[in-house]
Write a protein that binds this ligand. Sequence first.
Ligand SMILES: Cc1ncc(COP(=O)(O)O)c(C=O)c1O
Length: 378
Amino acid sequence: MTTLSPLLKQATPVQAASGRGVHLIDTAGRDYLDFTAGIGVTSTGHCHPKIVAAAQAQVATLIDSQYTTVMHEPLQHLVAELGKVLPPQLDSVFFANSGTKFRTGFASLMGGVHLAPFPSPLRYGWDEQTAVTFALNELDFILQTLTAPSDTAAFIIEPVLGEGGYIPAPASFLDGLRERADGYGILLILDEVQTGIGWTGKFWAHQHCDIAPDILITAKGIASGFPLSGIAASSAMMSKALPGSQGGTYGANAVACAAAVATLRVIEEDGVVANCAAMGARQRSGLKKVAAGTGRIAEVRGLGLMLATEFSTADGAPDPALAAAAQRIAVEEGLLLLTCGPWNNVVRMIPALVINAEEVDAGLAAWDRAVTRALGQN
Ligand SMILES: Cc1ncc(COP(=O)(O)O)c(C=O)c1O
């Protein structure tokens, strides 16, 4: 008998059957509030009628039109739609259908990549400015000792650390990166794979501060669940690459492109980013109420609807067991959530941008019950 490789592991026991908006229904008919959104993918909710219609129309017309072989209209429409939301200097876009991430167990990786400390005030036990000064000093030290500025092509950063624990990068840190990038002629690349397409309450997370990226990477929410990723840069920079040197069998698939065009239109026409900002504020204040007085929640943080609750022991150490218990019990309470962070002690919430106040409140009520039960078992 063929089995599914254990490499693929599910974070919940839920057997999904169908979805609508922020609701996911299992094969037994149980309705869950999905505050995972496929790890920040179903931006317009599950099976938004306009996305479904666009994808169905495209499926019936042309499913694949291999983009290194021929050009297709959904791709051209998508480039035009993205032009309306991308920073103006990023006027050239390349498409693929995935990204890269984890390191443990995968050595050796590409050489010449160095990791610099992220200014996380909670982790260091410092105020934000002290953490930023430390991280920028360490970056300067890396540029002095490990990779000279003349050997350094780019800085790459997520404006809000995703898998790293939903930690927004302080504006002064991004300013410091931009300043060094400009001073040395190094590129600044923003990975907006998880943060982009509205999830932080602005269309791009970096719009919370004043910096402009040289390259922006997008994926996940861009096509409401269809596989698509994109890299945007200036035409001048893109023109330095060898034409035809990059591509992929499934990159810029026509159905994914049609779904992405529909997604961007829904986001614009339905005021979805503003909804995210309002619902995010509501959810954040609810999460803070749940955290208050527990003595075991070190921080509630995030931007827009990308929100995190970080669990700690009574002594202030990371508490992955309590986070796992809260996440598992939340599923029993009908709320799908994921953990993240280096110690897996952070429970993240990233519901679809179209969530309404009633759904936010229902999610918060389930979360309150889950945290109370998890603390009771501890
Ligand atoms: C910020 C960020 N970058 C890159 C990736 C990798 O994308 P993929 O899972 O499609 O390889 C992820 C996935 O979660 C992500 O959150």
